[in-house]
Design a protein around this ligand. Sequence first.
Ligand code: BMA
Length: 337
Amino acid sequence: MITTTSRGHPDLFRRSPLNPILRAGDWPYPVHSVFNAGATRLRDGTTLLLCRVEDRTGLSHLCAARSPNGLDGWVIDPEPTFLPDPESHPEELWGIEDPRITYLEELGKYAVAYTAFGKAGPAVALALTADFRSFERYGVIMQPDDKDAAVMPRRIDGRFALLHRPMTDSGAHVWISFSPDLRHWGGHRVALPARRGGWWDANKVGLSPPLIETPHGWLMIYHGVRRTASGSIYRVGLALMALDRPEHCLLRGDAWVFGPEAPYECMGDVPNVTFPCGSTLADDGDTIHLYYGAADTTVAVATGSLRQVLDWLDENGRDRPRRGEDRDVAERRNADG
Ligand code: BMA
């Protein structure tokens, strides 16, 4: 059964009482903020977070933290794990940000898709690693402006697939692209468009953690950005994409399911931001840990049940527009049937 908050909203993701679980003060070297961590569970069950770390230059690098239970007991690498390499990769001149980790069984390696920030703007870059100690860079795989990318864990119809979020004058929508080798990408399609008008996810959406495979479809946890007079609010919503055609949206929830409420989400360098970049699934196949950056300042975690999330989408998700939702958005969503 889906529990509700005292205000009657579904309580799908519950904040850990230990939040924020990682802060700048925990770091073994001087840093300014720690947020937007990619997540994975290693073979031995250890949770690894690859955190975006900003120092007092204002630029970001990535640093790994490991925990046996994904909640506490974090062991942080004594030095940066993955630094920008602007000499060989000028696209990383102003840092690397917001990693999403996907384990690729086929290669026995983790694919880390991240934002490379350089003079031309933010671009999607890819690196592969087997151990989070050495990384093989594939360079820019989607040119600026593009971010919020994650590789899918297996091939779809013989091709690797990447979700990403290019910026265009018409808005920022989640796209999907395909590749035979993780280097050459094509077959670009819109997967999840931003709505328009007054919606919480109008004009700008982006993939949050990598898609989660379920028997009913790929669960997409995404962020929507609401612009207000006093800044943007980053909230989290849900969609279900078809297993064999992940560009096809089966269900999308109208309401956001998680957003800034706790003090550490409402105050910080960028107030009112909950920005997940990673999730893990426990051995029970149901317990989700959703790791998110809080106010671009710390890392926090919320726990949910995959079954409850899917039940909620089943009850509240729609595959069709309703009054108030832009018609062309609905048409784009259902463009291919
Ligand atoms: C987005 C990204 C994130 C950041 C968020 C809120 O555009 O740049 O890294 O957490 O804005 O500032």
